[in-house]
Structure formats: structure tokens, C-alpha cells
Design a protein around this ligand. Structure first.
Ligand code: ADP
Length: 239
């Protein structure tokens, strides 16, 4: 599903070259649930931007879902992002003047899907994330955890093959963070998408079935792990 071969991304900053990614090779199978963890500045966001087709590497090859991102034109990348990719961030990026249902429908509306179909599909996703009762509320009437679940519903509404969640629990209290992580695990178990969870928290990373650890732009460890239901009580919100 995803393949990176010897990917580097350097930034020139004055006299210095910052090696944000320094020779990363990685293969992720369809429907895997992978956590990418490591301290701030190790290259996690750079890696996600590359996999999302939002940035291009200095060198190396990246294939996602059959598309060679490294040589694809801008139109192909835009098409890839619009159809194949769902993104969830720490700051929910929801539109405050729209209802929950409208926010979740938006990616489909932008694809030109007729409104009744958009709303029906948004309804399915709101059921999945447990927010059916909140569909008509405005975003500012929701708690942080509910906003994040709305963002997850929106990220999945167009049935992307890849869901990238970048510090999705970073702004949440412990209970809301646990609920969001439960939801992400359910999405992975139901094979709704290949799931990449980016975090600097070891507890959050423990939820995935595979853990890729980065340091200084390199992958330093890559292990399969049992998704630990028992550790859920101890999940901490990322600082
Ligand atoms: P993480 O997401 O793990 O915190 P990043 O991918 O954001 O790490 O950053 C990796 C390294 O690349 C850091 O040293 C960061 O300062 C540097 N970096 C990221 N983006 C830029 C940029 N646009 N210009 C210069 N340096 C950058």
C-alpha cells in the first residue's frame, strides 16, 4: 500500500543543511495500523507530509496506493489527496459556522456528490463515531473530544484508503483521548482504512499493531506489537 525507498528530505537553512529525513525505507501493507513515534523534531511531520503528497522528497521513491508520488504531477496529487486520503490533526480544523453534519458532508460536497447522498453518508459516519445526537449542533457547542470525533468522521466520509492522524489526542483530556483512540482502533479493526497514527506519546503509540520509532530523521525501530486493550486505562493525553 505504502512504500518508501531511501527517502531523504533536507532543508537548507542558511549555511546549515537540516536532515529532516535521512534515508527512510518503509513498507506498510493495506489495513495496517501503524504508530509513528519519536521526540519532537525527529521528522514525523515531514514524513507524513511526504506520504500525504503535500511535500516532495529531496531524494528517494514514494509509492502510495499505486501512485508514484515522487513523479506525479500536481493534478494527480490533488486527486490523490481528495479521494484516497483522510487527515486528522491535533487542532481539529473544523468550520465553526457549520453544523456537525455539514462539516462531515463537506469533503463529499466538494467532490460534487449530491446533497442527500452526502448527508446520508455523513449520518453513517456520525453513527460510527457516536455523534448522531449532535448532528445539528454547531462545532463550538461540542467538547474537544466530540470535535475530534467529528474530524475523524469527516476524514473518513469519502472512504479514503489511507487515514493519517497527527497527534489526534494532543489537545484532549484523558477520558476523551481514550475514546478517540478506541475509535481509531475500531476503524483499523473494521479495516475501514490503512491507519497511520503520529505521536510522541508512548502510551498512545501502544494502541497500534505496529510501532515505527524515529530519531534524527531515521527509523530506529520497527516492531509488531499486540494492540494493548489492557493499557487503555493508563492512556495519557499528549503534552
Ligand atoms: P516532528 O514532526 O517529529 O516534530 P518535523 O518533521 O517537524 O519533526 O521536523 C524535523 C526536522 O526538520 C526538525 O529539525 C525541524 O526543525 C526541521 N524542519 C521541518 N520543517 C522545516 C522547514 N520548513 N524548514 C527548515 N527546517 C524544517
Amino acid at each position: 500500500m505504502i512504500s518508501l525507498q531511501n527517502v531523504t528530505r533536507y532543508y537548507e537553512s542558511g549555511e546549515r543543511t537540516v536532515r529532516a529525513l535521512d534515508g527512510v525505507s518503509l513498507a506498510i501493507a493495506r489495513h495496517e495500523f501503524v504508530a509513528v513515534a519519536g521526540p519532537s523534531g525527529c521528522g514525523k511531520s515531514t514524513l507524513m507530509h511526504l506520504i500525504a503528497g503535500l511535500d516532495r522528497p529531496t531524494a528517494g521513491e514514494i509509492m502510495v496506493d499505486g501512485l508514484r508520488l515522487t513523479t506525479a504531477g500536481d493534478a494527480a496529487l490533488t486527486n490523490f489527496r481528495r479521494h484516497q486520503l483522510g487527515l486528522v490533526f491535533q487542532f481539529f480544523n473544523l468550520l465553526p459556522t457549520m453544523s456537525v453534519r455539514e462539516n462531515v458532508s463537506l469533503p463529499l460536497l466538494l467532490q460534487g456528490v449530491p446533497l442527500p447522498e452526502c448527508e446520508a453518508r455523513a449520518g453513517e459516519l456520525l453513527r460510527l463515531v457516536g455523534l448522531t445526537e449532535r448532528a445539528g449542533h454547531f462545532i463550538h457547542q461540542l467538547s474537544g473530544g466530540e470535535q475530534q470525533r467529528t474530524a475523524i468522521a469527516r476524514a473518513l466520509v469519502h472512504k479514503p484508503s489511507l487515514l493519517i492522524a497527527d497527534e489526534p489526542t494532543g489537545n484532549l483530556d484523558t477520558a476523551s483521548a481514550a475514546r478517540v483512540l478506541d475509535l481509531l482502533r475500531e476503524i483499523a479493526e473494521e479495516k475501514l482504512a490503512t491507519l497511520i497514527l503520529v505521536t510522541h506519546s508512548v502510551e498512545v503509540a501502544a494502541q497500534a499493531t505496529r510501532l515505527v520509532e524515529m530519531r534524527d530523521g531515521k527509523v530506529v525501530s520497527d516492531v509488531t506489537q499486540a494492540s494493548s486493550l489492557t493499557s487503555r486505562a493508563g492512556i495519557l493525553p499528549a503534552a
